[in-house]
Design a protein around this ligand. Structure first.
Ligand SMILES: [Cu+2]
Length: 150
């Protein structure tokens, strides 16, 4: 009984219990690539459970030589990717990185991304916090479509 009580008190005073859950990453995944591709992208949903705006400022993975934060803009009728400095996760809100929109771009892939595998990803926020996660590799049908077909 005494040990249990001690453990419980350790848990409650841990400084990590509250700070950790402020940004929650959901369904982060990487786009599967054909064998010759050298680029891919990471998508996912980030929730901000704090009352301050938060920003993703960089990401890294050993699966890619270079990683950039990207947005997609309309240039006339052409969709173009452009690099952005940061991705905002609004206070008490969320941001979705998805095909045809914000994404984390992967360049110089070490090897093609095969569906079913995972890659380790480290995301850095503007306040210096980092979050590490394993992103599963999934097939993405098209970069520009938003509808779901069944
Ligand atoms: Cu891109």
């Amino acid at each position: 009984m005494k040990i249990k009580a001690l453990l419980l008190s350790l848990l409650t005073i841990s400084p990590f219990t509250s700070a950790c859950a402020k940004i929650m990453a959901h369904d982060v995944y990487a786009r599967a690539t054909p064998p010759s591709a050298e680029t891919s992208a990471l998508f996912g949903h980030f929730m901000n459970h704090s009352d301050k705006d938060r920003y993703i400022v960089s990401a890294e993975t050993k699966a890619a030589g270079k990683v950039e934060l990207h947005d997609v803009i309309m240039d006339g009728e052409v969709m173009k990717m452009r690099q952005v400095e940061k991705i905002k996760i609004p206070a008490n809100g969320s941001v979705t990185l998805k095909p045809g929109s914000l994404h984390i771009m992967l360049f110089n892939l070490e090897k093609p991304l095969a569906e079913g595998n995972t890659i380790p990803v480290k995301i850095t926020f503007a306040n210096g916090e980092t979050q590490e996660l394993e992103a599963p590799i999934k097939k993405v049908m098209s970069g520009m479509k938003h509808e779901h077909h069944h």
